[in-house]
Design a protein around this ligand. Structure first.
Ligand code: FEO
Ligand code: CA
Ligand code: CA
Ligand code: CA
Length: 630
């Protein structure tokens, strides 16, 4: 631990300052390769997307969806690297493709994400062929990559290359497999779903498989109003969809126009087949991915498995919505490092828990277990364990879990075992104590010990230490590691206008002049030395672009947060995955140019000139080699 701690102190790069440039900005001595862009074909059987023709309607053409099914997906998010033959310069990359930025894909499409007008529905009605394209552009891209003569590239036509889309058959595993709520007309046994989408962060298992997290699935399902009007529908189904804040007459993406699976009035139980963690074997391109229902159903941001001292697997997870919860799954059985196949069922048996953070600085993991004599019984809407997992958010609420400020990525520090939870922000956290109905339940929205700021515009990070440093423990202690904002207490720009910050806190690090302002921590990652790397989604204290920051978590520089990278205009920075030798940092540049259109792009990254912006994965390296951050 001593050697590791001293290595953690070796962050030697010169921090950058926040930037509005339409560029990837890095410290002196660093460079990056654009590893793969949205639309680059994984096989020579289909052409690359010609982005210069987007404004002319390239994606409205009859072959667009067929091509997209074999091209790299859009809006890359989580990244995980699976080495081939133990190498750091050759491996298989799994990348989430979270959602479509329709304004940048379909000309004349007014449907910016979050713009809830009726015109975008009219556009999809007129051009229903955009739905299969959007479905093919999401999910997961699996691609072989190599570093040659210093530069990273992807390997076209590799046997590992694969797309998993919103239409790929996926098995349902675990306690909800076959459950009544999981059955549909097309799948009367409730055993095989079609597709994965809204894939946000992710994780990798100790046995070398990829975990992809289904997050904002509610934005794809329409017509809750019609379902609510029906008398023949189990009221628990309607209540469950309200808890997820499903859409009434139309959804954000309007997929129901082209696919009845997304019409709640036609297929009321289809949403129960989404909102899960999906396991994919990147080394077996013919394998069927599996939804691991024992890990619960909520807006999963990621899933971070850890091997506990006793060989059981703990998986830490966040539910990214305002006032949602932090979860931990503990497997029943033990990891077997000598038998990869035997580990494939580890995530099907175990107990899901949810966190309650107490003001004392202690906390407890509360089991989500069906019990006729406990709070999770038939009177509360749970007939069996499958119901508890499918409606995990309701179960967590009934157990008294602590409502958090959008808990996103949750990850364990590989050197200390401590857990870090990124809470992006929550501007709805009230100034005064009070309750409100949010997501179909009444909750206390006033600040609590683990979410201490009202109108939390810039987010924070919580650090958990499990009792006895045991990942299967049900008690823990916790502290606020970081309250994001401007450490010098200057005036900050938020969506509400200028506010004064007097509450930024960086693990007690004393010298504010050393620190970089940061807001909206989203995904986190660790290098082998245990430094905490953070990428952001939204609101920065001085209005700069999203980027990447790093802070040691131990030693005299604990909490010394410094900015390492800034992303292009309109982009969100995601991923944050190191190669095994720490010499490459893989980052996703998601939705560059968001807020613009194909006719009027706000960004021309990565190709410059007058080109269309394209989400891409980049590989950041030190010029001449060396550990990233040194
Ligand atoms: Fe997809 Fe929680 O960000
Ligand atoms: Ca995210
Ligand atoms: Ca992560
Ligand atoms: Ca995000």
């Amino acid at each position: 631990a001593q050697a590791r701690a001293s290595k953690a102190a070796q962050l030697g790069f010169k921090p950058i300052v926040g930037s509005n440039a339409d560029a990837v900005v890095l410290p002196p001595g660093y460079t990056y390769d654009v590893l793969i862009r949205w639309g680059e074909s994984l096989t020579s059987k289909v052409p690359d997307l010609d982005a210069s023709k987007l404004d002319a309607g390239a994606l409205l053409q009859p072959n667009a969806a067929e091509y997209q099914r074999q091209q790299f997906g859009t809006n890359s998010d989580a990244i995980h690297f699976f080495p081939l033959n133990g190498r750091s310069d050759h491996g298989v990359l799994c990348v989430n493709n979270e959602y479509t930025e329709d304004s940048l894909m379909f000309p004349g499409h007014p449907g910016l994400r979050g713009l809830r007008g009726g015109r975008s529905r009219a556009y999809v009605q007129e051009h229903p062929q955009v739905v299969p394209v959007a479905k093919a552009a999401q999910g997961v891209s699996v691609v072989e990559i190599k570093r040659e003569r210093g530069r990273w590239r992807f390997v076209k036509d590799s046997r590992f290359n694969r797309r998993v889309t919103a239409d790929t058959p996926i098995d349902i595993g675990g306690p909800a497999r076959g459950a009544e709520l999981m059955r549909t007309k097309d799948d009367p046994r409730g055993e095989r779903a079609l597709g994965t989408f809204a894939n946000c962060a992710g994780g990798e298992t100790p046995w070398g498989t990829y975990l992809t997290a289904e997050e904002n699935i509610q934005d794809y399902f329409a017509k809750l109003d019609q379902l609510e009007a029906r008398k023949d529908v189990d009221p628990f189904i309607i209540e469950a969809h309200r808890r997820w804040r499903m859409w009434k007459a139309q959804s954000l993406y309007n997929w129901d126009i082209a696919d009845p699976r997304f019409d709640l009035a036609t297929t009321p139980t289809e949403p129960f087949r989404f909102g899960w963690i999906v396991e994919i074997d990147p080394l077996d391109p013919t394998s069927t991915p599996i939804k691991r229902t024992a890990l619960g159903r909520f807006a999963h941001e990621g899933a971070s498995p850890v091997i506990a001292g006793n060989g059981r697997i703990a998986v830490y997870m966040g539910d990214d919505d305002k006032f949602e919860y932090v979860y931990k799954f503990i497997s029943t059985n033990r990891f077997d490092p000598r038998n990869r196949a035997a580990n494939r069922s580890l995530l099907d048996q175990g107990t899901l828990h949810v966190a309650r953070f107490d003001a004392s600085g202690k906390g407890e993991w509360l089991p989500l277990v069906f019990d006729p004599k406990g709070p999770l019984n038939a009177a509360a809407g749970f007939r069996n364990q499958a119901d508890v997992l499918i409606k995990a958010r309701m179960a967590a609420y009934l157990l008294g879990a602590t409502p958090m400020d959008r808990p996103e990525d949750v990850e364990a520090n590989p050197t200390t075992g401590r857990i870090y939870i990124a809470c992006t922000r929550n501007e709805n956290r009230t100034v005064e104590a009070g309750t409100t109905t949010y997501g179909g339940r009444e909750i206390d929205t006033s600040p609590n010990a683990a979410n201490p700021r009202s109108a939390n515009n810039f987010g924070h990070i919580i650090e958990i230490t499990e009792a006895g440093d045991d990942h299967t423990a049900l008690e823990f202690s916790w502290e606020v590691f970081l309250l994001a904002g401007d450490p010098s207490g200057g005036r900050l720009i938020t969506h509400l206008g200028e506010v004064k910050s007097d509450s930024a806190y960086y693990a007690g690090y004393a010298n504010a002049a050393d620190l970089s302002p940061m807001g909206s921590p989203d995904n986190v990652g660790f290098d082998r030395a245990g430094n905490l790397w953070i990428v952001t989604d939204g609101s920065q204290p001085h209005g700069g672009n999203d980027g990447c920051w790093v802070a040691p978590t131990v030693g005299p520089n604990r909490g010394r947060l410094q900015q390492f990278m800034s992303g292009p205009v309109g982009s969100e920075v995601c991923g944050c995955q190191f190669s095994p030798d720490d010499e490459t940092l893989f980052i996703s540049i998601q939705h560059p140019g968001a807020g613009g259109s194909t006719a009027e792009p706000r960004s021309h990254w990565p190709d410059g000139g007058s080109s269309q912006p394209r989400s891409s994965v980049i590989a950041i390296r030190k010029e001449g080699g060396g550990v990233v951050g040194s």
